[in-house]
Design a protein around this ligand. Structure first.
Ligand SMILES: Nc1ncnc2c1ncn2[C@@H]1O[C@H](COP(=O)(O)OP(=O)(O)OP(=O)(O)O)[C@@H](O)[C@H]1O
Ligand SMILES: [Mg+2]
Length: 252
């Protein structure tokens, strides 16, 4: 199953990508995390990786990246067999940690280097062509906002998970995500993040309760790990609800 994680900037997409990935791995799944955010560099720190490799770098840069990836991932006859599995991803493109794999599509690093469109196209092609086994889970951490819908990155995914934090703009974006997901024909669910007693009623007023699969409390240890740039160590009970939902959804 492939799950796209999206939401407003700072809502907790990267944090929850790591927490959900870890929880699914602990349930026995083989997990691939895909970092499809071309700007922020926080995700690998949350996994305890200090010098990660990116797909763009291993392909020799953004130019022609999509075709180079297809050639490398799909073997001898790339234009006959444009499909691959996690096992087909060359080892030098992957980062490994705690029994999970991380594929970073690419990062904007240099002044004036041009737009990130080729990264979006590469992410979309990678996900659409990726076949996932019964015992595998793919989680895609996206950039803030909804540009990935414009690039159709969600096309290759089975479910969209919108992360909503207690900020009015986050609720507005959740409405937009729901509308976009409906147009794309991809099921969408929401996780309410940074929930505290004082804000819970307002949050649940804005998001359809039937679409909410978990409420994650504001947790100071998450915040401190992120502040210090270290590996996430939080144990969040609600991850069980999310894993259970994902398993039930998969078997529907
Ligand atoms: N449940 C939580 N409790 C406390 N702090 C949290 C929680 N979830 C996320 N945070 C904090 O919120 C901030 C943003 O989190 P994170 O980087 O995961 O968001 P993001 O949506 O990936 O942001 P961006 O759009 O910039 O990529 C970080 O400081 C993180 O520690
Ligand atoms: Mg992020």
């Amino acid at each position: 199953m492939k799950i796209l994680i999206c939401g407003k900037g700072g809502s907790g997409k990267s944090t929850l990508s790591v927490l959900i990935a870890t929880a699914l791995k602990n349930r026995g799944y083989k997990v691939l995390l895909v970092d499809a955010d071309e700007s922020n560099v926080g995700l690998h720190h949350l996994l305890g990786i200090s010098s990660p490799v990116t797909l763009m770098d291993t392909l020799g840069g953004k130019k022609g990246a999509k075709n180079k990836m297809v050639k490398r991932f799909s073997g001898e006859s790339p234009f006959v067999n444009e499909k691959w599995t996690i096992k087909d991803i060359p080892d030098d493109c992957l980062n490994r940690m705690d029994g999970m794999k991380l594929l970073i599509i690419g990062k904007i690093r240099h002044f004036g280097e041009g737009c990130a469109c080729s990264m979006g196209v590469t992410a979309k092609t990678f996900l659409s062509n990726l076949t996932v086994g019964e015992d595998e889970m793919v989680l895609v951490d996206t950039e803030a906002g909804i540009e990935h819908f414009g690039r159709r990155v969600e096309e290759g995914c089975d479910m969209i998970l919108g992360i909503t934090d207690p900020v009015y703009e986050s609720f507005m974006l959740a409405e937009k995500i729901e509308e976009m997901a409906q147009k794309a024909g991809t099921p969408v669910r929401f996780v309410l993040n940074k929930v505290e007693e004082a804000v819970e009623t307002v949050m649940t007023r804005h998001i359809d309760p039937e679409k909410v699969i978990a409420k994650i409390p504001r947790d100071n240890s998450i915040f401190m790990d992120s502040l210090e740039g270290r590996k996430l160590g939080a144990q969040i009970l609600e991850m069980d609800h999310i894993c259970q939902f994902v398993e039930d959804f998969k078997h529907q």
